[in-house]
Design a protein around this ligand. Structure first.
Ligand code: SAM
Length: 265
């Protein structure tokens, strides 16, 4: 158990924040989501504040960073995988964060059932899994329907932030995202996290992979119904990918156990 004041590191890069004395720890896990949603943000956080959502958050590094830097903003983050959410919640709890909640849930259900329309200031998605096996390609998160659902969840003027190290997935983003968002790429590291906003970004950069970052402002002139109709007319992500980024995907998806390099999430 790290001591209060300890700085944890992951691949040599500090995890944002410091561990507080136990008396200041909080509870940031949502053990059970309401069966059918939607979430009531003010009831969940006990105040009215802008809400930032991170999907596929992994070990929650970005959400920790953002929640510590923006105490006036509430954060909801989710991932499919219980083990990564356990790491994320433990760190948020030990940092005494009150503006964060984590849940185990797939991104599609979060968007489709839990986020009230027009209720979120920002949606973040870092390094969605590319699912190289063609039999799993249907599991790719970024589809036209997903983007229409992000558009519906965002408040007017809301932001969608996305990044990947996969140039083929990025080409797909560059084709479909501008339909729903005023989209710009952001080639340099985010100023708030010069060594990387997420675990995967840090890992990718340690292998000299190029990171593709983008920022989209919701196109407010498109209604939710129009966004759904547009989504119907766009192709699914059907790329095949070959390159060193695939080796990192294979390394990351090897069976659990003591992990080389980082040791854990
Ligand atoms: C490559 S990791 C990236 C994690 C983190 N965002 C980062 O950049 O370090 C992809 C993450 O997406 C999660 N994931 C895969 N499919 C998902 C889905 N449908 N909904 C939510 N999370 C998903 C995985 O469990 C994994 O944690």
């Amino acid at each position: 158990m790290p001591e209060p004041g300890a700085i944890e590191r992951e691949f040599g890069v500090p995890i944002p924040g410091v561990i507080r004395p136990e008396a200041e720890w909080t509870r940031t896990a949502i053990k059970r989501l309401p069966p059918s949603g939607p979430l009531d943000w003010p009831a969940l956080f006990g105040r009215v504040a802008p809400v930032v959502v991170e999907l596929g958050c992994g070990n929650g590094r970005f959400t920790l960073l953002s929640a510590l830097a923006r105490p006036e903003v509430d954060h909801f983050a989710s991932d499919l995988l219980p083990v990564v959410i356990r790491y994320a919640t433990r760190r948020a709890n030990q940092r005494g964060l009150r503006n964060v909640r984590f849940a185990v849930k797939d991104a599609q259900t979060v968007l489709g059932s839990y986020i009230p329309p027009g209720s979120v200031a920002e949606v973040h998605l870092y390094h969605p899994q590319p699912y190289h096996d063609p039999r799993q390609a249907h599991l790719r998160v970024v589809t036209p329907r997903f983007l229409a659902d992000v558009h519906r969840g965002l408040a007017p003027g809301g932001l969608f932030v996305i990044q990947t190290d996969n140039p083929d997935y990025w080409s797909y983003f560059a084709r479909v995202l501008p339909v729903f968002f005023e989209f710009h790429d952001h080639p340099t590291p985010w100023p708030d996290a010069p060594e990387g906003r997420s675990r995967r970004e840090i890992l990718s950069r340690s292998r000299n992979l190029r990171i593709f970052r983008g920022l989209g402002q919701r196109r407010d002139e498109i209604s939710a119904a129009e966004a759904l109709a547009l989504a119907e007319s766009l192709p699914p992500p059907s790329f095949r990918s070959r390159g060193p980024w695939c080796d990192l995907d294979a390394w990351e998806s090897r069976p659990a156990g003591p992990r080389r390099g980082g040791g854990r999430y």
